[in-house]
Design a protein around this ligand. Structure first.
Ligand code: ADP
Length: 318
């Protein structure tokens, strides 16, 4: 039977500076980026549903169409009146240093739980094979909406959905480190698969090594973990068995945006195809290596297609 993954998060309008005062407009956001790379990486059909809220304005319509173009299901993209999607600008200075400016304080995605309770049905989400969310999904919600989301995840877990969590820590979205730590710990306790970055844990939990993160997640009963460390690759553990994947050697790193997101998408596509973790990480590393060789979060479809035809996930099975 066709598998189904529900992925909850925010997709924003991205304005990427081409030259002084000239911007390219796209759509991006951590969970959305992962959804796109997951869907593109599937060798057999998988229903990928993006769970969010957008507004009722023209740019929201455009965002929904962009999601549809990726063949990601939009039936869990709810409409909130009087608000718009968040927006961020990427500026590059004369030395190639990138800086980000965000307008997301009142973005529509923050209302996803309210929209879901008014416009959606529990049955639309229950029964999915996998549910994916990130620390950013949690950060943009109010305390009561976050509680409602945790209750929903509890129900999903009880019904047998696999829960996947990437903390993606963004200090600016949290009022304090203590509260964030408590929320992420709760998320990890619900997660069957955790995909943290070493950098996040260094700041948040004062873990300085991958082994410390592994011990921490094992204590929280996480069965499958992939710990990402940029160009040093990843270390994983599944059912007590350790494995690793080196980062792919790339000719030139152009832009590391969405390295972790694409890695997650590739890994989960392979796992949904029942490829074992130690092989899934190899495809994921190859995909993330390809993504960092390109500008922007989402590499255009034609380029991706050429990559995929040579490196589809099953070609990495030992
Ligand atoms: P996150 O942002 O989630 O912490 P990472 O920065 O650790 O993610 O990157 C995820 C993966 O992307 C790495 O495991 C590696 O496979 C790939 N990657 C990241 N940076 C590079 C790089 N400079 N060269 C090649 N691959 C990279």
């Amino acid at each position: 039977m066709k598998k189904r993954i529900v992925m909850m998060g925010e997709c924003m309008v991205e304005m990427f500076q081409l030259v002084e005062n000239v911007y390219h407009q796209a759509f991006a956001g951590d969970v959305f980026n992962t959804a796109v790379y997951l869907k593109r990486s599937c060798e057999t059909p998988v229903d990928v549903q993006f769970f969010t809220a957008v507004g009722t304005d023209l740019i929201s319509d455009k965002l929904v169409r962009a999601v549809e173009r990726e063949k990601v299901d939009t039936s869990l993209m709810f409409r909130a009146k009087g608000v718009r999607p968040g927006l961020y600008m990427i500026n590059t200075d004369a030395y190639g240093e990138r800086s980000f400016v965000y307008w997301r304080d009142t973005s529509a995605a923050k209302q996803v739980m309210q929209c879901f309770s008014q416009q959606g049905n529990l049955t639309d989400v229950l029964g999915c094979d996998m549910f994916y969310f990130s620390g950013i999904t949690l950060a943009i919600l109010s305390d009561s909406d976050r509680r409602a989301l945790f209750n929903l995840i509890h129900q999903l877990k009880e019904q047998g959905s696999q829960i996947v969590f990437d903390p993606n820590y963004r200090p600016a979205l949290w009022s304090g480190i203590e509260s964030c730590r408590a929320v992420f710990t709760e998320a990890y306790q619900l997660a069957d698969i955790a995909m943290p970055g070493l950098d996040d844990h260094k700041v948040l939990f004062e873990h300085s090594t991958v082994q410390q993160i592994k011990a921490f997640l094992t204590e929280l009963d996480v069965a499958e973990m992939i710990i990402k460390d940029g160009k040093n690759g990843v270390v994983g553990c599944f059912a007590g068995h350790d494995f690793a994947a080196a980062a792919h050697q790339v000719k030139k790193v152009v832009d590391t945006t969405a390295a972790g997101d694409s890695f997650n998408g590739g890994y989960l596509a392979a796992r949904l195809a029942d490829i074992p973790p130690q092989d899934a990480v190899k495809y994921a590393a190859r995909l993330a290596g390809f993504v960092v060789e390109h500008t922007g979060a989402i590499v255009n479809k034609e380029h991706f297609q050429r990559f995929w035809s040579r490196h589809r996930p099953s070609t990495f099975v030992l």
